[in-house]
Design a protein around this ligand. Structure first.
Ligand SMILES: *Cc1c(COP(=O)(O)O)cnc(C)c1O
Length: 422
């Protein structure tokens, strides 16, 4: 469920018309609904708690939507942060998320990033390889601060909506194998500078089927038990993110209740604290990308190109993952639907949001909304073609705030320097 609905004949976010936002801020622009963000977080948390999973640590995957105002909206409800870089740790801290609610993931953490993470007292650093674990121990020793770590296990389970977002197969770069995990866990337990708190996994993104998750959960349970049989202490199990959000062309993903019930069943009696790293399921349907039609190019041979002022640099998912986004006119016109290729102005054929999409008739100047654009939308945007990053607007009830303004061309150019020989 989300809070983007038709109101008085036009699409609105909560009680603010998208037309008013486009007038005030210009297009393209990302628009987020506070009510949807909050609802998705609370529904997930309640489902986990009601399934009997204790007091779970929920760390929002910052990379999915990293605007500080969005993070603050979630942080106020007690949500933590799953981060993959020093920059994301800084964002989480800026949003008021304390180190104790931050999980640091990622396959290539530098010594400087590890030092920063330890100095902020992060709850857990997820170790993805032995050289990384050794580096964490070295940095911890240098700082005189013990590092709380979890070993990220690669459960060799394929899952996720697209090959580029599947992370849990044995040949992917993420995590270590089961046998390696046991060896590293024992090694960490013997280190004065490492406190292995548990295990972590994250098998992919946009998972719409519980079966691979259940297979991974069963394997993780087995590993916890075998580590305990060796006398090792395992106190936390981080089950990653990956739960799919409903996109319009895809089968509905399992609901959070079914997800929580599956985990409760597989993990029954296993005494651990559970941690989760949800990204997309919280923010995908809480955001849209609002764009304006520049013109309709009607080829005499029959193809209609709907040319928008948003492009692949603003929303790269269709180009990168063949992702489908529902496209809705903000003020639908009456008339027979037409078939459009929906494209942006960037000089690449890949700058195509949709081919042969049936939409209500559209004309130059009309506004359209790309639905389900709150995850991996603004966060993956670039200034390719020297197009300024799309601004971000956060709505709450009948109010909205510009939470990242559109950069000026002057500021884009001012960031660059001349070489002394030019
Ligand atoms: C990307 C990522 C997530 C979030 O994935 P979603 O599919 O957005 O839920 C969680 N944990 C890790 C380690 C990630 O890399």
């Amino acid at each position: 469920m989300n809070h983007f609905d038709l109101e008085d004949g036009g699409l609105a976010c909560e009680s603010v018309s998208l037309d008013a936002i486009a007038e005030a801020v210009g297009t393209p622009v990302y628009v987020y609904s506070s009510a949807t963000l909050e609802r998705h977080y609370l529904v997930l948390r309640d489902a986990l708690v009601n399934a009997g999973l204790g007091d779970p640590m929920i760390a929002f995957a910052v990379k999915a939507c990293s605007n500080v105002a969005v993070l603050k909206t979630l942080s106020r409800l007690g949500c933590g942060a799953d981060v993959v870089s020093e920059g994301e740790i800084r964002r989480a801290l800026a949003a008021g998320i304390p180190g104790a609610r931050i999980v640091f993931s990622g396959v290539g953490k530098t010594a400087a990033e590890i030092e920063f993470a330890l100095s902020t007292g992060v709850a857990e650093i997820n170790v993805e390889s032995e050289p990384e674990m050794d580096r964490i121990a070295e940095v911890a020793a240098r700082l005189g601060r013990r590092a709380t770590i979890a070993i990220r296990v690669n459960p060799d389970v394929g899952a996720g909506g697209h090959a580029k977002i599947s992370t849990g197969k044995a040949d992917s770069k993420f995590g270590v194998s089961f046998s390696e995990a046991a060896r590293l866990y024992a090694k960490a337990s013997n280190s004065a500078w490492l406190d292995p708190i548990g295990l972590a996994y994250h098998i992919g993104s946009q998972i719409t089927d519980l079966a691979p998750m259940e297979a991974a959960c069963l394997k993780m349970r087995g590993l916890v038990e075998s580590l305990r049989d060796e006398g090792l202490s395992v106190r936390r199990l981080d089950l990653g993110g990956g739960l799919g959000a409903p996109y319009f062309d895809q089968p509905d993903p399992p609901g959070v209740e079914a997800y929580a019930a599956m985990i409760a069943r597989v993990m029954a009696g296993l005494e651990v604290q559970f941690a989760f790293e949800p990204g997309r399921v919280i923010c995908a349907n809480a955001g849209i990308l609002l764009a304006r039609v520049i013109h309709v190019h009607r080829r005499p041979e029959g193809r209609n190109f709907l040319v928008l002022d948003a492009a692949m640099n603003d929303l790269i998912r269709p180009a990168m993952y063949e992702a489908f986004h529902d496209i809705r006119p903000v003020a639908p016109r009456p008339g027979a639907p037409e078939v459009y290729d929906v494209v942006g102005p960037v000089c690449e054929s890949g700058d195509t949001f949709a081919r042969e999409r049936r939409l209500p008739p559209l004309e130059a100047g009309d506004l359209v909304a790309f639905m389900t654009a709150g995850a991996y939308g603004a966060a993956m945007a670039s200034e390719y073609n020297t197009r300024p990053l799309a601004p971000e607007v956060l709505v709450r009830g009948d109010k909205f705030a510009l939470v990242r303004p559109r950069p000026s061309y002057e500021s884009i150019l001012a960031a660059e320097r001349n070489a002394p020989w030019l």
